[in-house]
Design a protein around this ligand. Structure first.
Ligand code: OFO
Length: 183
């Protein structure tokens, strides 16, 4: 009896997405180590926490593939890109990476829709929402840098920004969840 509830195409795409999330984790890890070596303890802490979050995304997909009776393929993870040149470019690279991941998530949603695999479609909605949060978070970081002077950010502003990042949460509330009692 065939107990596999995922098509070949979706199994391949989900496995690829799983590796993409692992790749994202490596990117955050590399940038976190870079930030730490530059003396930005707060930024580094934030990025290390986010690296873990990306790993959790990888696990979420892995568990889903197994739950649907399909095969998981753990493969090599591509190396992260070059380290950023400065904090400004670090946040720009983070944002570009998140947009790229969103595109990949959308492809999976489209594929599951075309196959009428409603379980996978529904599973992927979590990632759609998560990507909105992650893009918002990255945009907020870019805004902070812009306000502090963009590429011309001075040492004092950098110091304050780094301090602020120590406590910056990795979570952004979606507008839909925000209410008067839960702002
Ligand atoms: Fe997994 O959300 Fe970012 O990339």
């Amino acid at each position: 009896m065939n107990t596999n509830r995922l098509s070949k195409t979706l199994t391949a795409a989900l496995n690829a997405q799983m590796t993409k999330e692992a790749h994202a984790s490596q990117i955050y890890l590399a940038y976190a180590a870079w930030a730490s070596s530059q003396g930005f303890g707060g930024v580094s802490n934030f990025l290390f926490r986010h690296a873990q979050e990306e790993r959790n995304h990888m696990m979420k997909i892995l568990e889903y593939i197994l739950k649907r009776g399909a095969e998981v393929h753990v493969t090599a993870i591509p190396a992260p890109p070059e380290n950023p040149a400065n904090i400004n470019s670090c946040f720009e690279k983070v944002f570009a990476h998140e947009v790229d991941n969103t595109e990949s998530v959308y492809k999976l949603v489209k594929m599951s829709l075309e196959e009428e695999d409603w379980a996978t479609w529904s599973f992927m909605q979590w990632f759609v929402k998560e990507q909105v949060e992650e893009e918002t978070l990255a945009l907020e970081l870019m805004d902070k840098i812009k306000v502090a002077g963009g590429e011309k950010i001075g040492p004092d502003a950098l110091y304050l920004l780094d301090k602020d990042m120590e406590t910056t949460s990795g979570e952004v509330k979606s507008a839909l969840e925000v209410t008067a009692v839960n702002p």
